[in-house]
Design a protein around this ligand. Structure first.
Ligand code: SAM
Length: 294
């Protein structure tokens, strides 16, 4: 600790913010963590050690970054807000294993960043208290790019965490659950009260760990088609799968053909998408594709 007080205490956070004349921007999802226990839980869930790397998205004033620097061999942190860059340079000065990038993570070439930063480490995890307004686009970018990741441990809105981890049959289960579970095994680590942030967000939060799979749990002939079938099936949750897919793929009629293909996949046409497992969606997508339905 180099004799310094840690960043994530209410007193030091306020002191840093005040001294730099920093004002929070709600539009950037700026809710900073001020609780050591939560930070330890987040970092602990990532399974880091001194052979591994961590990518942090949105370091803020560096509270989590400091803990990552202590736990991992190499840390890269991407922050969009230019006003935070001098603060990060100051507070992270004792940690030469941290590189701060200024930029929007959604626009950044992450493959290039990985090459630059993580050539030497054994495994990399993403660890972040994410800006809630862009949680899903950020996670989908990380997953779709198939970056060589071990874990993604993120603080997100509780409601979104429940949707990511949901099993078929309930109201939380939907296309986000399937997209995340295609790439990862999700596990909710803890729920988090408002009081651990400044300013306090007006939604509940949770920490979720997404253990990135080596390979998807199902065989699909065409990933793009699979995800489109899933999206279309959930287009209107209260409608049957047959009605939703008819609107997307059989706008000219041919209802009997669609229902025949659903039956071939072992799916009663009057079921709703929220009752289908990821395996059933995979089978359905493959059967539709082989019948030329795209
Ligand atoms: N990690 C800090 C903490 O836990 O105290 C701050 C977390 S705060 C919830 C989210 C951070 O993400 C803010 O610092 C915000 O400026 C940054 N941010 C927002 N949108 C971003 C984007 N598109 N790319 C990179 N950083 C972003």
């Amino acid at each position: 600790m180099n004799g310094m007080e840690e960043i994530a205490t209410p007193k030091r956070t306020k002191e840093i913010i005040h001294r730099h004349g920093f004002s929070f921007k709600k539009s950037l999802g700026q809710n900073f963590l001020i609780d050591q226990n939560i930070l330890h839980k987040i970092v602990g869930a990532a399974g880091l050690d001194k052979t591994k790397g961590a990518l942090e998205i949105g370091p803020g004033i560096g509270a989590l970054t400091e803990k990552l620097a202590q736990a991992a061999e190499k840390v890269a942190a991407v922050e969009i807000d230019q006003r935070l860059i001098p603060i990060l340079q100051e507070v992270l000065e004792p940690y030469p294993n941290v590189t701060v990038y200024h930029g929007d993570v959604l626009k950044l070439d992450l493959q290039q960043l990985f090459k630059e930063q993580f050539g030497e480490v054994s495994r990399v995890s993403v660890v972040a208290n994410l800006p809630y307004y862009v949680t899903t686009p950020i996670l989908m970018k990380l997953l779709e790019q198939r970056l060589p990741l071990e874990n993604i441990v993120v603080m997100i809105q509780k409601e979104v965490a429940l949707r990511m981890g949901a099993a078929p049959g309930g109201k939380d289960y939907g296309s986000l659950s399937i997209a995340v579970q295609y790439y990862c095994e999700p596990e909710i680590i803890c729920t988090v009260p408002h009081t651990v942030f400044i300013p306090q967000p007006n939604v509940d939060s949770a920490v979720i760990r997404l253990k990135v799979r080596e390979a998807p749990p199902i065989d699909v002939d065409d990933e793009g088609h699979f995800f489109e079938v899933v999206q279309s099936s959930f287009a209107q949750r209260r409608k049957t799968i047959s009605n939703n897919l008819k609107n997307r793929y059989f706008s000219g009629g041919e209802r009997a053909e669609l229902d025949r293909l659903l039956n071939e996949a072992g799916i009663a046409p009057n079921r709703r998408a929220e009752t289908l497992s990821i395996e059933e969606f995979a089978n359905l997508s493959n059967i539709l594709l082989r019948a030329g339905v795209r």
